[in-house]
Design a binder for this molecule. Sequence first.
Ligand SMILES: [Zn+2]
Length: 334
Amino acid sequence: MNLYSTLKELCLAHSISGREAQIRNILAEKIAPYTDTVETDPLGNLIACKKGRTGDKRMMLCAHMDEIGFIVNFIEDNGLLRVAPIGGINFVASAFTKMVSESGVVGVLVPNAGVKAADYSPDKMFIDIGASTKAQAERRVRLGDAFMGAPELYKLGGKRVAGRPIDDRVGCLVLLAIAEKLAKEEIDSDVYYVFSVQEEVGCRGSKTASYKIAPTESICVDVTGTGDLPGASPMACALGKGAAIKIKDSSVICHEEVVKALDELAKQNKIPAQKEILLYGGTDTSSMQMVGAGSMAGAVSVPTRYIHSGVESCDMGDVEATIDLIAAYLLARG
Ligand SMILES: [Zn+2]
């Protein structure tokens, strides 16, 4: 598959946490040719499985398909929409940007006049959809409608791309590409490709999916921050330096055998790789590690700049390395 055009297609779907149907339908269609079963669980997770030769072990890969956004919680008499945040919104990055609703209503997210950037918060911001009265707004928007930052993806220099929501459509892309790459390979283990819901509001979908699958080994694919920008916290992770093998974040300490195996496979196969130690934030990795009797969990991250803004940026070379590394892992240990 063409990685850039597939990533763009995935980014252009709308799917805030709890409303993932649109992206789920696209992913279900794309992964079906490479797997034996594709199902949606009660929470909305998409779970595809390629049966192994023996099925003695279950390898679970997981990437979340939801994105951060806003839900309309009040409509002012003058037609402006008040919104509640879904997920970890960066209000400064979100101010003065274009928003799009699930039904295609376009608006702009703006702070109240005179509010300083440091004081931006949901109760001091609104979405202007061009309505002059409450009745006009209500003809196009209802309470509970979801708005997302306008989706887009474009090329910067070299292999760099920018747009949103790269978090975590790039992880979904990695899973699709691995499924395609391994479609004709004979592996002993059952391999599960899980596209989880509601990660951005607390890794909810991955908990039930992990419980159902009870993986023996698991690898999460998500974005991670970098330390290669002015003012960044010290972090030995940079764009363009390869797949980031997670050692820890604030919710997980990855299994040392998984970390070691990923590290060795990167060296053996000459796949560009680096280490990730993230001081803040967590991913679906912790759900897979701790649900039920637990699994040997690790994660390979795609280094990404400006996470949760409209200009998230990553390097497609790192994406290729992430695909190659996890595929090598499944072939070696699956
Ligand atoms: Zn994410």
